[in-house]
Design a protein around this ligand. Structure first.
Ligand code: NAP
Length: 330
């Protein structure tokens, strides 16, 4: 490190493995904003399950070691690289991607992934926008082609993506059913726009959903735990129903025949496959949601940066989600 180089606290991953490979370091050089980049003083960074898969080294995207995880930060502009217009030092911003990693006191992001964070949202809420809300919008509209008046089941509605899905679906005129495993999670889901909530840890809950929706079934299922639920989903769907595979952590046996009579579609989705047009369309919708107030990220748990390893442990072995998990820098 050059003498006089300013340093910061940051999480560094030097080798792939369990949560313990997230090392809290005090002497990581503060990155510099190059052309068309912005240096952000990070206040909060969202923790997403994908960051645990990447950390384990078994995910389809393998970063070069060492690296700092984290894409969804909220903070203030610290410095501007050459060619950046429209931002000034001190502006509140959020990101959908970073270049140097968000689990850190400072991060550099490309200008086209940095957006103004309105005063109406806290830094923690700003850190809950990127992956969860962009995923929810893609699942509902780019993949399921959901339409106002349809019924959507958000199967796993109490976490980051689930709450985002409930808020967006409600704002766009769908009838929203959600599931959650705890009382607190169920309260949050109802406050986030669900018309009706079910407990996915309770025996017989699938029958209760079936009874509630009747013969017509559910038009769309946004599925967070496909490896557990896909078989049941096929029975809950209506004629022409679509199930969107957002999350899956293993295999499941289904009978393909269950898709035939009702001409059901099982559709995989990956946020990383979004085109630039998809991204811009989603961004416009979400910024409008922030402006008009229906988009209100709910924060479930906060961890200090130094406890990132514990956050990674807890997001996978969750006792029950009730909003988004966020890291705070101080
Ligand atoms: P999260 O905040 O950890 O939430 C997980 C959710 O799953 C909670 O609502 C949890 O409910 C629920 N759940 C647990 N067991 C369930 C069951 N048996 N049936 C239905 N739901 C159940 O995670 P997230 O950020 O919302 O992400 C959700 C999933 O989507 C993860 O697997 C993630 O990797 C994936 N994802 C995929 C993409 C993509 O591009 N495809 C993008 C983002 C996320 P309780 O805690 O209340 O039990």
């Amino acid at each position: 490190m050059a003498s006089g180089q300013k340093v910061m606290n940051a999480i560094r991953v030097l080798e792939f493995g369990g949560p313990e490979v997230l090392r809290f370091q005090h002497d990581v050089p503060i990155p510099e904003a190059k052309d068309n980049q912005i240096l952000i003083k990070v206040h909060a960074c969202g923790v997403n399950p994908v960051e645990t898969y990447i950390r384990s080294g078994t995910y389809s995207r393998v970063p070069t070691l060492p690296y700092t995880p984290g894409s969804d930060v909220a903070g203030v502009v610290e410095a501007l690289g050459r060619g950046v217009d429209g931002f000034k030092k001190g502006d509140r911003v959020f990101t959908t991607k970073t270049i140097t990693g968000g689990y850190a006191e400072y991060t550099v992001a490309s200008v086209h992934t940095v957006f103004p964070l309105p005063e109406t949202l806290s830094f923690s809420q700003g850190a809950a926008l990127g992956i969860p809300y962009f995923t929810a919008f893609r699942a509902l509209f780019h993949k399921a082609q959901a339409r106002p008046g349809e019924t959507v089941l958000v199967h796993g509605a109490s976490g980051g993506v689930g709450i985002a899905t409930c808020q967006i679906a409600r704002a766009y005129g769908l009838k929203v059913l959600g599931t959650a495993g705890t009382d607190q999670g169920r309260k949050v889901v109802l406050k986030s726009g669900a018309h009706k909530i079910f407990n996915h840890r309770e025996a017989g809950y699938v029958d209760r959903i079936q009874k509630y929706v009747g013969e017509n079934g559910v038009n769309v299922i946004i599925e967070m735990v496909s490896n557990v639920n896909l078989h049941n989903d096929l029975h809950l769907l209506s004629y022409g129903g679509r199930v969107i595979i957002v999350g899956s952590r293993g295999p499941i046996e289904i009978n393909p025949r269950d898709t035939m009579k009702k001409e059901i579609s099982i559709i995989g989705m990956s946020l990383y496959s979004s085109s630039k047009e998809d991204f811009m369309e989603t961004l416009s919708a979400l910024l409008a949601g922030i402006e008009s107030g229906w988009l209100q990220p709910v924060i479930g748990s906060h961890y200090l940066l130094e406890n990132a390893a514990k956050a990674h442990e807890d997001i996978i072995k969750s006792a029950g989600a009730a909003g988004k998990m966020v890291l705070l820098m101080a």
